[in-house]
Design a protein around this ligand. Structure first.
Ligand SMILES: [Ca+2]
Ligand SMILES: [Ca+2]
Length: 103
């Protein structure tokens, strides 16, 4: 009987496939969120988005409930809204100018 050997091979393959699938499931916006969430408490504080000029400038509008932190769902909503509304309406953007995108 080589059944036990077969099982080991299958288990190993399943583990490898699972690892790859998990990584693939990560969307771009989730990746960015995880990058910014330095203390990994699943919310972004104002200091955590300080490295991103655009996010800092629009922090208040992303923070839908105004508790001073951006949750993953608030961030996702912001990203999908930004992607879908490509019209030039900027009335939600209170930033005086956006010329500091170099960093
Ligand atoms: Ca955080
Ligand atoms: Ca919030």
């Amino acid at each position: 009987m080589t059944a036990s050997k077969y099982l080991v091979v299958v288990a190993g393959a399943a583990l490898a496939a699972g690892a790859f699938a998990g990584d693939k499931d990560h969307s771009m916006s989730d990746r960015k969120f995880d990058q910014l969430d330095q203390n990994q408490d699943s919310v972004l504080s104002k200091s955590e988005v300080a490295s991103d000029a655009t996010l800092s400038a629009t922090f208040a509008s992303i923070d839908a409930d105004g508790d001073g932190q951006i949750t993953r769902s608030e961030y996702t909503a912001y990203v999908s809204e930004r992607d879908t509304s490509s019209r030039s309406s900027n009335d939600w953007n209170t930033a005086p100018d956006e010329t500091e995108e170099g960093e």
